[in-house]
Design a protein around this ligand. Structure first.
Ligand SMILES: [Zn+2]
Ligand SMILES: [Zn+2]
Length: 436
């Protein structure tokens, strides 16, 4: 078989994407796949309909793959996604749509269809500060940035769904809002920028997909309830007058107090929080002292708190502040505690998840429907679900053979058949939701 190589048809500099007219993949070369560790690129849902979607995917298969490879080769870090935004804007404008770039300068929102009802589909567009080591012919050309979380696939899937629906707008029973969100990988995440820009106004439900390298391509993993966990950042700085280690009674022993916080806080949390919530505090960084015979004046402790429970997440900040004060009170050490709330867990509501399940069954057949587990990772899609109902699902990207990669690994690769699966899932999610 042959696979598509997007290199010749695209400029090396993503910023040039806006200025050249020819962004179509028609100039792309077809190359033999020898030495390219890719599965056959085929549409696993072909023939399942609707006919206009089958037709669009058949005619645009090359473009779909080439868009993904272009985005993959030009990854951009959070809130720096200018080239990616321009690339998307151009293609959406060419399709007759009216994309609106977010006030923050990256990411965009675009709506299609007509009628009183509106649902939303979301993709994240940012890359990670990693150096890719996949050896792929379309590997990252930007030093220190890589699409190791699969956001290139999410972006392409939503772009494909957008253009397929734009070409068949009459087939839509209502309005579909496309959210190309920047800055998912950082805190605070770009979801808050989208919400601040009115991205959810008038939207009844929202859906999103994330690559899952442990799930076989052709399947979509779904779950009612929490599917990711909340992640918060803790910073505790301690101060003491310092002094001689021979006379701890004349000062405040800072290192000892640090030790009490290091072990005492996780211990007390394990007795004050329901263990079934999957709440865990792990310190990742501790700094204090130099000389073995001097009590240091400053110390710093940093770590992350995770929880799988929405209500627990709301209670953790005041509880942790109270416990820190009580633990350190008797030590005489002064402290400044900063509890930075990160993202809430993504909590999928039952009705939206059932709609998505039926959409996936329509799109891919019963074998496409899979169950999935809650992960301890965070995802800022949770912010959307604080406002409106929706469901977040896992898109299988494992080829079924060979190594299972992990997200955020510099070696991360995905099976590009997932692009077609993703487009079909997104389009059917829109159709099912707006017809319900
Ligand atoms: Zn990630
Ligand atoms: Zn991600």
């Amino acid at each position: 078989m042959t696979v598509l190589d997007s290199r010749p048809g695209f400029p090396a500099d993503p910023m040039k994407s806006t200025t050249i007219d020819d962004l179509s993949a028609t100039d792309d070369a077809l190359i033999d796949d020898k030495g390219v560790s890719m599965s056959t690129v085929e549409d696993l849902g072909a023939g399942r309909g609707p006919a206009w979607l089958d037709g669009w995917l058949r005619e645009n298969a090359r473009e779909l793959v080439s868009w993904r490879r272009h985005i993959h080769a030009h990854p951009e870090l959070s809130r720096q996604e200018f080239g990616t935004t321009a690339f998307l804007e151009k293609l959406l404008l060419d399709a007759g749509l009216k994309p609106r770039v977010l006030p923050t300068g990256t990411g965009l929102i675009c709506e299609l269809g007509s009628g009183p009802r509106c649902m939303a589909l979301r993709a994240d567009i940012d890359a990670l500060p990693l150096t890719e080591v996949t050896g792929l012919p379309f590997a990252s050309q930007n030093d220190g940035a890589a699409h190791a979380c699969g956001h290139d696939a999410h972006t392409t899937v939503l772009l494909g769904a957008a253009l397929a629906m734009a070409a068949n707008e009459d087939a839509l029973p209502g309005r579909v809002r496309l959210i190309f969100q920047p800055a998912e990988e950082v805190m605070p995440g770009g979801a808050l920028d989208v919400i601040a820009a009115g991205g959810l106004d008038g939207v009844e439900r929202i859906f999103g997909l994330h690559c899952d390298p442990r799930l076989r391509v052709g399947q979509v993993g779904m779950k009612v309830g929490a599917i990711t966990s909340a992640t918060d950042l803790l910073e505790l700085s301690l101060s003491s007058p310092g002094g001689h280690t021979s006379r701890p009674h004349l000062t405040a022993d800072l290192v000892n107090a640090l030790g009490m916080a290091i072990t005492g806080l996780p211990l007390m949390l394990s007795r004050r929080v329901d263990p079934r919530t999957g709440t865990v505090l792990v310190w990742g960084s501790v700094h204090a002292g130099e000389a073995p015979n001097a009590v240091p004046q400053q110390g710093m402790l940093r770590g992350t708190m995770r929880t799988g429970n929405r209500d627990t997440w709301a209670a953790l900040k005041p509880l942790t502040e109270e416990l820190v004060a009580q633990l350190l009170g008797p030590t005489g050490v002064q402290h400044d505690f900063q509890y930075h709330r990160g993202t809430p867990p993504v909590v999928n509501d039952r009705e939206s998840t059932e709609l998505l399940r039926s959409a996936v069954a329509d799109a891919l057949g019963a074998e496409g429907v899979a169950e999935t587990e809650q992960s301890s990772g965070g995802e800022d899609f949770g912010w959307y679900l604080e406002h409106i109902p929706g469901s977040f699902a896992r898109l299988g990207v494992w080829s079924g053979q060979g190594a299972k990669y992990d997200l955020h690994q510099p070696t991360f690769e995905l099976d590009e058949r997932a692009l077609f699966v993703g487009v079909r899932t997104m389009v059917h999610a829109a159709l099912t939701t707006l017809s319900a």
